[in-house]
Design a binder for this molecule. Structure first.
Ligand SMILES: O=c1ccn([C@H]2C[C@H](O)[C@@H](COP(=O)(O)OP(=O)(O)OP(=O)(O)O)O2)c(=O)[nH]1
Length: 149
């Protein structure tokens, strides 16, 4: 572990090693399915996959549960609520809400790396109710207002 990394309390009740960064500058750590038996996802079926991990994030941090691009590309496996949010005050088990967007069955095996977790800082807002907002070049334009070329 890099000594600049954020210390995070974790309880690992899974059969597997703790998630770890695969390369020097990976943003995410892959999460492994912790299963007693394989789970088959039929086309368009979803399932909540347990990880056996419980974490205690420092205040001001969240964890985002994101799809893995390889599983998405090769097998159409994504995450229904992507990115899932793990709150700093959550003490339950981290779970991954997978969905099979392909037209073939997909079998999730115990220990398979099914998602990645990115820890990020966040801000909370203090509303300041206002009569008007500042003018900008964009204004209310969105949804493709700037074109594609
Ligand atoms: O992919 C996810 C998303 C969430 N959670 C856990 C951690 C999170 O802190 C908690 C609540 O998530 P969220 O706020 O997204 O759920 P909700 O549907 O708004 O439920 P709640 O009313 O419990 O906040 O569930 C997961 O384990 N995996």
């Amino acid at each position: 572990m890099n000594n600049k990394n954020l210390p995070v309390n974790v309880i690992n009740q899974s059969k597997h090693v703790l998630p770890h960064y695969q390369t020097e500058h990976s943003a995410g750590m892959d999460l492994r399915a912790n299963l007693d038996a394989p789970v088959t996802l039929k086309p368009l079926q979803r399932a909540l996959i347990p990880t056996g991990l419980f974490i205690e994030l420092p205040e001001g941090h969240e964890a985002q549960i994101r799809p893995r691009s390889g599983l998405a590309y090769k097998h159409g496996i994504s995450i229904v609520n992507s990115p899932g949010t793990i709150d700093a005050d959550y003490r339950g088990e981290i779970k991954v809400l997978l969905i099979n967007l392909s037209d073939q069955d997909f079998v999730v095996e115990d220990g398979e790396r099914v998602a990645q977790m990115v820890v990020a800082r966040y801000e909370r807002v203090a509303w300041q109710e206002a009569e008007s907002l500042t003018d900008t070049e964009r204004g209310a334009g969105g949804y493709g207002s700037t074109g594609t070329k």
